[in-house]
Design a protein around this ligand. Structure first.
Ligand SMILES: Cc1cc2nc3c(=O)[nH]c(=O)nc-3n(C[C@H](O)[C@H](O)[C@H](O)COP(=O)(O)OP(=O)(O)OC[C@H]3O[C@@H](n4cnc5c(N)ncnc54)[C@H](O)[C@@H]3O)c2cc1C
Length: 305
């Protein structure tokens, strides 16, 4: 029977900075590639992408559109919108089921599917997340410099992160969200001159995405213009379904080749690193594509599949 499935060298799953950079690299290396994107990047709510050289402050959607225009120059790269439903290894190849239900095959797969922020179920929190509540001061601290910041430090390893915020504003209130910090942590925060509120966050007050205050369980209010908070994170559904080996934080474990525990399936960007940022994800996607292209070309030349 003739196999009518479309076949690619690589299917790249995820069209954020990591996947787009990888697709560009593969296109320039003349590999036949399909880039599929679900259209839900982590930074969707951000006004602009910061710390990306030559693109500082550009709206994320504009950056993606520009990337797709540049990638479209390369004739071996196809792009599709929609979530990839399944990836399965069948013999030496991968079968990738697209949102349409169609299946394509690939010699290798690169997952650049990002990571999911699990926003806490505190009333009002989801309304401000990404608009005036952030994880990364390097990304969005400058825009709210010298303003009033609340920073959630709920365990000892986060104490230095809380103190780091003093680089942007002296007006910082540390909120432990009900956690009891050890004496050393409290001493460090006091030495840095930081106010500490220990009650649980009961509610986030704000309007149109702009945070105004945290309402604490003891009835007090912490007025603020920005909230910095490190949410829990979890892998996207496809990573969970594939059963890839993860570290304790839900990050996919990869080799230097960016290859996961499933041979031939590579992972790059936020999905496989704690160093999360657009430029870092782009660099990681480029690196993964270079490693994969090298392996694919050598395999072909030496008579591999
Ligand atoms: C609110 C916020 C603001 C940020 N601001 C900045 C900033 O200013 N500067 C900065 O450097 N970093 C910023 N970051 C971090 C930055 O957005 C990420 O580090 C970066 O987007 C990671 O790129 P990525 O390509 O790994 O994943 P993402 O950009 O998250 O892209 C992953 C893509 O994969 C797709 N996908 C997932 N599953 C599937 C599937 N099954 N099939 C097809 N597609 C799928 C998703 O739809 C998504 O489009 C911010 C993060 C947040 C949360």
């Amino acid at each position: 029977m003739v196999d009518t499935k479309e076949s690619y060298d690589v299917v790249v799953v995820g069209g954020g900075p990591a996947g787009l950079s990888a697709a560009l690299m593969f296109g320039r290396a003349r590999k036949r590639v399909l880039l599929c994107d679900g259209g839900t990047p982590r930074n969707a709510r951000a006004h602009g992408v910061h710390n990306f050289l030559t693109r500082d402050g550009m709206p994320p959607a504009e950056m993606r559109a520009e990337a797709l225009t540049q990638i479209a120059v390369y004739p071996t790269v196809d792009t599709r919108s929609g979530l990839v439903a399944h990836v399965a290894k069948v013999g030496e190849r991968f079968e990738v089921t697209l949102a349409s239900g169609a299946t394509v095959t690939a010699r290798r797969v690169l997952l650049t599917t990002g990571i999911v922020d699990v926003v806490p179920e505190i009333p009002g929190f989801a309304d401000v997340w990404g608009y005036s509540s952030y994880q990364c001061p390097y990304c969005h601290g400058y825009e709210v410099r010298d303003k009033a910041w609340a920073v959630c430090v709920s365990s000892a390893p986060l104490v230095d992160w809380g103190i780091l915020m003093l680089g942007w504003t002296r007006n910082v209130t540390i909120v432990t969200h009900g956690a009891t910090l050890d004496a050393d942590s409290l001493a460090k925060l006091a030495k840095a001159g930081l106010k500490v509120a220990t009650s649980r966050i009961a509610k986030v007050d704000g309007r149109d995405g702009q945070i105004e205050a945290l309402v604490l369980a003891d009835g007090s209010r912490v007025a603020c213009d920005a909230l910095f908070y490190k949410p829990d994170q979890k892998p996207v559904a496809l990573v969970t379904e594939l059963g890839l080996e993860l570290d304790e934080r839900g990050i996919v474990k990869v080799s230097m080749m960016r290859e996961s525990s499933l041979a031939g399936l590579h992972v790059a960007g936020d999905a496989s690193t704690m160093m999360q940022g657009a430029a870092m994800a782009a660099a990681d996607g480029t690196m993964a594509a270079a490693m994969m292209n090298h392996a694919l070309t050598v395999e072909s030349a030496l008579g591999g599949h």
